[in-house]
Design a binder for this molecule. Structure first.
Ligand code: ADP
Length: 469
């Protein structure tokens, strides 16, 4: 999982925020309910203390304390109802105290006599053994003509605690579940919302200089993503226009330069061989001729590239044997290699059928062999191999020449890139040979790669789809 993706970050924030809000709400709910239940119990206890005071203690003079005690026991049945009731005189002596509840849930003897308080009504919480809490409401009863009494009415907080514990458990279990559901739902929503981004990314990945006419998908949702794809499409259109203009310029320039250069070359050849001119003039004409030939070669290569850019290699496709093509090309170039004492061996006995532009694929072999001859010292060896591997035709040109430095290797297929001008064996090198190879390969859906080690040699590998028939 990509933790830096927008969907992950959005969902993480969303789930984190929701968890925080949920936890806060649950804590508020829990505390509020605890407060409410305790207050409710306290109020009902206070009511009862007032009942005892107003109905029994207010007439104690007439009825007597034993009557108060027996009536309290009869009315409230504290032992059956798990209640604690105590009536004490101002001096702390007992008028009445309830017995232990029938279920033995607490022991009234554990409840101390509290010091006198000036407040009329108050309450307290008492921690008893067995982790029990007794909530006691107390009333200081004073009325004219009657002695003062303290009436206490207490109940265990157990039912409240049980209810709160139950609620806590439900919240503790429900909260993670709610967060998982909410986060899962959020993830699905975010994924759905970002699907057009995936599509735009995939389409953008496919667009290269060779298919600049393609456009990104535009979802008619009227949202920011629609605006983004429309804007990107406009940008691609502008790039396409600029690219077409520059290609047209190179094509027109190289085309228009060819004729004057041919005329210039002819004239200079004429001068260089004209015996009527003195030798110095002829030498000058000769060196100018060399420059014009070099210029002519560059213009020719530029013209080739512009035709390849225009899609020329995708036309006139035929099926042929790549092995045969490699063999005949190697034979034709062996003369060039022999001049340097270089031997070319060709390994490809099995036919390797491919489909493509025969002239252009021959140019691939020519350019690779030409480089191998150029950059291999005298008496070197070049191996040309053609074979079929896993549904692909593979052509390899390996030499034991000067090699290519690692930092230059990623750039050698770029236009006008030369590793080092001083290395170039002839001044005609312009750094366009491998770009032509790359263009032809791309047009054939082929890959070309190079491996090299300085001083040991280089190996260029072209991988073409194998033809089925
Ligand atoms: P150039 O016309 O200068 O040879 P290329 O595009 O054919 O241009 O090659 C680009 C660069 O790659 C060259 O400058 C050369 O230094 C290097 N190169 C290409 N092929 C080989 C090879 N077989 N051995 C060593 N270097 C090579």
């Amino acid at each position: 999982m990509n933790t830096r993706s927008i969907s992950f970050r959005l969902v993480a924030w969303y789930a984190g925020l929701l968890t925080g809000i949920f936890v806060l709400l649950c804590a508020l709910l829990y505390l509020d309910l605890r407060l409410f239940l305790e207050n409710d119990l306290r109020q009902s206890q206070s009511r009862r203390t007032r009942q005892i005071a107003n109905t029994l203690l207010a007439h104690v003079k007439q009825t007597g304390e034993p009557y108060v005690a027996s009536q309290t026991k009869d009315w409230y049945e504290p032992e059956i109802n798990d209640r604690f009731i105590r009536i004490t005189r101002a001096d702390g002596t007992l008028v009445y105290v309830s017995d232990a509840p029938k279920d033995g849930s607490f022991d009234p003897a554990e409840v101390p006599i509290f010091p006198p308080s000036s407040q009329t009504e108050f309450s307290r919480k008492l921690q008893l053994s067995g982790n029990k809490t007794l909530l006691i409401a107390a009333l200081n009863f004073k009325s004219s003509g009657n002695p003062a009494y303290l009436v206490e009415f207490g109940e265990l907080l157990d039912p409240v605690e049980t209810m709160l514990n139950h609620l806590f458990l439900q919240l503790a279990l429900g909260l993670p579940l709610a967060v998982i559901i909410v986060a899962g739902g959020g993830y699905l929503l975010v994924r759905r919302a970002l699907t057009p981004v995936e599509q735009i990314t995939r389409a953008a990945e496919r667009i290269t200089q060779y298919n600049l006419s393609e456009r990104l998908p535009v979802s008619s949702t009227g949202d920011e993503l629609e605006r983004l794809s429309v804007s990107l499409n406009r940008m691609i259109t502008r790039l396409d226009d600029a690219f077409q203009n520059s290609k047209r310029f190179v094509a027109d320039a190289s085309h228009d330069l060819r004729t004057p250069l041919t005329i210039l070359r002819g004239e200079l050849e004429h001068f260089a061989e004209d015996a009527r001119l003195d030798s110095e003039l002829r030498d000058r004409a000769g060196s100018m001729l060399e420059e014009v030939v070099h210029l002519g070669k560059i213009v020719e290569q530029l013209f080739t590239l512009s035709r390849l850019d225009a899609g020329e290699a995708q036309t006139e496709w035929t099926g042929f044997d790549l092995s045969e093509l490699a063999k005949t090309t190697a034979e034709q170039m062996s003369l060039l290699a022999e001049d340097k004492g270089i031997s070319i061996s060709c390994d490809g006995s099995q036919p390797v059928p491919v489909k493509g532009n025969h002239v252009r694929l021959k140019q691939v072999v020519v350019n690779l062999l030409d480089n191998a001859i150029k950059y291999t010292p005298e008496k070197g060896t070049i191996q040309l191999r053609v074979h079929a591997v896993n549904g692909h035709a593979v052509l390899e040109v390996e030499d034991n020449g000067i090699g290519i430095p690692p930092d230059a290797l990623p750039h050698i297929f770029e236009r006008f890139y030369r590793v080092d001008q001083a290395r170039s064996a002839d001044s005609e090198s312009a750094g366009l040979g491998l770009s032509i190879v790359k263009s032809i390969c791309t047009a054939h859906g082929a890959e070309v790669e190079a491996q090299s080690a300085v001083g040991s040699g280089s190996c260029f590998r072209v991988k073409l789809p194998l033809s089925k028939n």
